[in-house]
Design a protein around this ligand. Sequence first.
Ligand code: NAD
Length: 263
Amino acid sequence: MDMGITGKTALVAASSKGIGYASARQLAAEGARVIICARDADALSTAAETIRRESGAEVLALQADMSKAEDINKLFEEANDQFSGVDILVNNAGGPPPGYFMDMTDADWQTAHELTLMSAVRLTRLVLPGMRERRFGRIINITSVSVKQPIDHLLLSNSERLAVVGWAKTLSNQVATEGITINNVCPGWTRTARVASLLEARSQSEGISVEEAEKTISDTIPMRRLGTADELASLVVYLASGHAAYMTGTTIQVDGGLTAGYS
Ligand code: NAD
């Protein structure tokens, strides 16, 4: 199936590993030029090399911290200079730290706000004028199943990611006649480096094996397994494609059935 992505430029934030990396890799395989970014230069150059080798795509790899406004401005400037415009934007960043309400200081809230909501707001503000001129744009925000039902110890994620959903839905209505769609994708338990280190930490603190730690999680999922980053990235590619032209303002989970409600 031709996804209509060939020749488009995709900027995927926080993409040297995990879900961002899988999304960039699949977009490149569909014929997009990709701009990837992360804070760690070594992981970034390894990711860029692999994507180039596998797909033959043009890949621009830029160091940037998504929680810093100046890094986001620089990232966009360099991407725009090199590729003149961004057609597909995948907003992604590391997750805010866990914790309960009384554990969180103003500084913790502010850091989570910059990382989760403001990174998406800032990047979108930069790419939107070009998308409007070209009357084409796809904006996909990586959020979490925490926007469908709160996760007890992830207070900052539950709060700041819902702000992303509110912002995205409002903006999607405002640009709906301009060929620009904005959708949110919600990973459930997805096997990435982040989850591997979380399982390792759980195995150490509870004195159980990593396999047992994983089983306590997969037992809560109707499919009885974790997802893969590629399974999540497949939805990102679909939403970026010409086939999803009539979908905007949605928030879709890829969670093996974990979310208990109807939507
Ligand atoms: P990951 O740790 O495997 O990869 C994160 C990527 O983002 C890496 O390339 C890392 O270098 C980069 N990154 C992190 N912080 C950054 C920053 N401040 N600036 C620039 N780059 C940064 O994580 P993942 O599992 O792929 O998660 C991606 C997003 O999805 C996160 O927001 C996470 O909270 C969310 N999420 C993940 C899961 C899951 O099970 N994996 C579930 C729900 C939500």
